[in-house]
Design a protein around this ligand. Structure first.
Ligand code: PHE
Length: 338
C-alpha cells in the first residue's frame, strides 16, 4: 500500500537537508536572518509551497501531514538555533584570542633618556664651584630693565640694549640677556661676604651655526672687604685648571663691561680642532663702584669680582659638537651618545 504522504516526507527531508547545509555555511551572526528567511520568509520561505499543498490531501491524511510539517519546521528552527550558538561561541573565542595577553612575549622597550650635554657640563661646573666655596643662587629668566641693565650700569643708550639683541616683553619686562642681574639680586638679598654662582638660561636675538637665541651662562660673584683682582685671577685660573687639568693654557685679556672695572676676558687654548686656537670662555672683572653704590654699598668698604661663563661653547668643545642646533633639537639618537 502506497504512502499518501510519501511526497511530503521527501519534500520535507530535502528542505531539512538544505537547511542543514545553509546553517552550517553561515559564518557571521549578521547573515542568519537572511538564511532563515529562505525557509520561514513570508514570500520565499521553502515551507510555503508545502503548506499550500496541504489542502490537496485527504481529510484523514491532513493531521499527520500537519504534524510532519511542524516537526520539520522545528527541526529547521533547531538547526538555525545551533548555528547561532556556534557563531556566538566563535565570536567569543575570537574576542578572547584577540585580547589574550601572552606574558611570555618580550615587553615594549622604554627608551632610556640621557642627561643633556649642557646639563652635564652645568652639573660639573656647579660641583667644581661648590668645592671652591661658591653657593648656588637662582633667579628669574624674565627680568626687568632695571635688573638686566640699569642697575648694572648699562644706561639706556648702551648698544646692548638695542632691540636687535634683546627680546622685550610687554610691561617693561624682557628675557634676561645675561645672568648678571643675579649680581644685583644677590647683593640685595645678602650682606658681604657673598660668594655665589648663578647658572641659567639667557636669551638674545641672535641665531647662526655658533649662536643660539637661548644659551647658558654661569654668573659668579665674590664680594668681601678685601677682594682684589689677584683673587679674581687666582680663582678663575684655579677653576679652569680643575676643569681642564693643571696644564691647560689660560689667557687673561683686557676687555670692557659696563658693570666691571677693570674688565677682562679669559681664553683657554682649545685643541679640539685641527690646529689649536684661543677660545673665549669667560667675561669677568672687578665689580664697578657704581654697581656697588646702586645697591647701597660703599665701594671704599667692600669690593669684589664677578664673572660670566658661557656654558654652551664649553660643552661643544668638551664633546666635539660642531653645530649648536644639536644642543636644542633633542634628537634621542644624538643625546644618547653622551
Ligand atoms: N654678562 C657678561 C656677558 O654676558 C659677562 C660678564 C659677567 C662679564 C660678569 C663681567 C662680569 O657677556
Amino acid at each position: 500500500m502506497s504512502d499518501p504522504l510519501q511526497g511530503l516526507r521527501e519534500g520535507l527531508a530535502a528542505i531539512q537537508a538544505r537547511a542543514a547545509e545553509i546553517a552550517a555555511a553561515v559564518t557571521r551572526e549578521a547573515d542568519l536572518p537572511e538564511a532563515r528567511a529562505e525557509f520561514f520568509g513570508r514570500k520565499k520561505g521553502a515551507f510555503n509551497p508545502i503548506m499550500s499543498e496541504l489542502g490537496k490531501l485527504s481529510r484523514e491524511a491532513r493531521p499527520e501531514a500537519g504534524q510532519l510539517i511542524n516537526d520539520s519546521k522545528l527541526a529547521v528552527e533547531a538547526l538555525f538555533e545551533a548555528a547561532k550558538a556556534r557563531l556566538e561561541a566563535e565570536a567569543l573565542d575570537a574576542a578572547i584570542e584577540a585580547g589574550r595577553l601572552d606574558v611570555t612575549l618580550p615587553g615594549r622597550r622604554v627608551a632610556r633618556g640621557a642627561i643633556h650635554p649642557i646639563q652635564r657640563v652645568m652639573d660639573e661646573l656647579i660641583d667644581l664651584f661648590g668645592q671652591m666655596g661658591f653657593d648656588l643662587a637662582e633667579g628669574p629668566e624674565v627680568e626687568t630693565e632695571a635688573y638686566n641693565f640699569d642697575l648694572l650700569n648699562m644706561p639706556a643708550d648702551h648698544p646692548a640694549r638695542d632691540m636687535q639683541d634683546t627680546f622685550y616683553l610687554s610691561g617693561g619686562l624682557l628675557l634676561r640677556t645675561q645672568t648678571s642681574p643675579m649680581q644685583i639680586r644677590a647683593m640685595e638679598a645678602q650682606q658681604p661676604p657673598i660668594r655665589i654662582i648663578a647658572p641659567g638660561k639667557v636669551f638674545r636675538a641672535d641665531s647662526d651655526p655658533t649662536h643660539s637665541p637661548t644659551f647658558h651662562q654661569i654668573e659668579g660673584l665674590w664680594i668681601d672687604e678685601d677682594v682684589t683682582i689677584v683673587h679674581l685671577k687666582a680663582v678663575l685660573t684655579d677653576f679652569l685648571h680643575r676643569l681642564f687639568g693643571p696644564d691647560k693654557k689660560v689667557r687673561f685679556r683686557p676687555s670692557f663691561f659696563p658693570f666691571t672695572e677693570p674688565s677682562v676676558e679669559v681664553d683657554i687654548w682649545d685643541e679640539s680642532g685641527a690646529e689649536g686656537k684661543w677660545m673665549e670662555v669667560l667675561g669677568a672683572g672687578m665689580v664697578h663702584p657704581q654697581v656697588l653704590r646702586n645697591v647701597g654699598w660703599d665701594p671704599n668698604k667692600v669690593q669684589g669680582f664677578a664673572f660670566g661663563l658661557g656654558v654652551d661653547r664649553l660643552a661643544m668643545t668638551r664633546y666635539g659638537i660642531t653645530h649648536i642646533a644639536h644642543l636644542f633639537t633633542n634628537d634621542q639618537r644624538f643625546l644618547s651618545q653622551f
